[in-house]
Design a protein around this ligand. Structure first.
Ligand SMILES: [Cu+2]
Length: 173
């Protein structure tokens, strides 16, 4: 008789215990949502929109993740080319200068409209913002257009086909 009473009492206690565990695990999940945006690597090109001709210009990019400086980027490379002449462009490796800022020097040897990519590999991601830079006072009527759309699409496909291929193409430089 006593055993029977104890087992009856034990059932609701077990149920309560089970419910409590479930509630706790739900709370834990809510407290630690997977924040995908926190994993995003952001790259801000710090080089100004307009630069001087014939003297070293600092190319710089600030790399952050979840608003914190990324000081261990695997590689940051600046690709610089004159508008419409990407095949003749240059690829310059940047060095970490502290606080998540990666720098390199480049001399624009004549007036023109240029573009730069900051090819950045960090935390398992590849990010490559693009920026237009005007060096000196180019005659805008003589500036070549920056690729027609169809060509750009092809290049983008080749360039971004996959991260692995992209890595390979970088290593070839
Ligand atoms: Cu890239």
């Amino acid at each position: 008789m006593k055993k029977w009473i104890i087992s009856l009492l034990a059932v609701p206690i077990l149920l309560v215990g089970c419910n409590t565990n479930e509630e706790q695990s739900e709370v834990d999940t809510n407290e630690e949502p997977v924040d995908v945006s926190a994993l995003e690597v952001k790259v801000d090109i710090l080089t100004p929109d307009e630069v001087k001709v014939g003297e070293p210009v600092e190319l710089a990019a600030h790399v952050t993740q979840n608003n914190e400086n990324v000081e261990d980027a695997d590689s940051v490379e600046f690709e610089v080319w004159e508008s419409g002449l990407r095949e003749q462009g240059a690829m310059i490796k940047a060095e970490h200068a502290g606080d998540g800022v990666y720098k390199a020097e480049f001399t624009f040897n004549h007036d023109g409209v240029y573009y730069m990519y900051a090819h950045t590999t960090a935390r398992g991601l590849h990010v490559m913002p693009k920026k237009q830079i005007v060096a000196g006072n180019p005659d805008m009527s003589k500036v070549l257009p920056e690729q027609d759309t169809s060509k750009e699409d092809t290049e983008q496909m080749q360039h971004d086909h996959s991260q692995d291929e992209h890595e390979d193409s970088h290593e070839n430089h």
